[in-house]
Design a protein around this ligand. Structure first.
Ligand code: G3P
Length: 219
């Protein structure tokens, strides 16, 4: 059976870039919870170093629609595969991707056996991205991102609808939810509502003691 995924997005917080990102990854890697798969999405500039030095599943925060060639400032699926990430977040509300590109990127990732975590802010967007059959769809209402109002408290009915919708359109795609997740109850509730895990942003990198905080979150 698939274990729930707890994916921690480091974003570009001052607490999670550069050497602090590596330190944070090491702290998170010490949290042992066999019931969950704990993974991180570090800043893109620290991703390779963290994959090389820390024993934890790593996702990229984004990937572009490019093959190797004359492109500047892009991230290719091929390079991501080479550095050893498990997959990539795509279409985060802070890094949207046009639908026609998203389809191609998802296909290229799956060809390279990289998992895809595709974000969607509404049921309408879920409908569109489910057709591309990603590994995961993460429902994240934009308005709640970065707050301490959790999606599980604020939008439980939509989470249930999102799970139903995804299962109808793409039966192998698993559903995550995210935005404001910061308590043990939020995670329990997310699983009760039918998701296979959560996407967490600020709560872990900004915690006073991220290791203790995560241990408590997952106890
Ligand atoms: O990618 C995770 C995300 O956008 C949720 O962020 O800070 O609300 O947990 P946050």
């Amino acid at each position: 059976m698939t274990r729930p995924l707890i994916l921690i997005n480091f974003k570009l917080y001052k607490e999670s870039v550069g050497s602090k990102g590596l330190e944070l990854a090491r702290k998170i890697a010490k949290v042992k919870r066999s019931k969950y798969e704990i993974a991180i999405a570090p800043s893109l500039l620290t991703t390779k170093e963290i994959v090389d030095k820390v024993n934890i599943s790593v996702f990229a925060q984004h990937c572009s629609k490019v093959d190797l060639g004359a492109h500047t400032g892009k991230i290719s699926v091929i390079e991501l595969k080479k550095i050893g990430v498990k997959g990539t977040i795509l279409n985060h509300s802070e890094r949207k991707i046009p639908m026609k590109f998203l389809k191609v990127i998802i296909e290229s990732c799956h060809k390279q056996k990289l998992q895809t975590v595709v974000c969607a802010s509404t049921l309408g967007e879920i409908k569109k991205v489910a057709k591309f059959k990603p590994t995961y769809i993460a429902y994240e209402p934009k308005r709640l991102i970065g707050t301490n109002i959790s999606v599980t408290n604020s939008k439980p009915k939509i989470i249930v609808k999102a799970v139903e919708l995804v299962h109808k359109l793409s039966k192998n795609t698993r559903v995550l939810c995210g935005a404001g997740i910061h308590t043990q109850e939020d995670i329990g509730q997310a699983l009760l509502l039918g998701t296979t895990g959560v996407l967490i942003g600020h709560a872990v990198p900004k915690a006073k003691d991220p290791k203790k905080f995560l241990e408590k979150l997952l106890s």
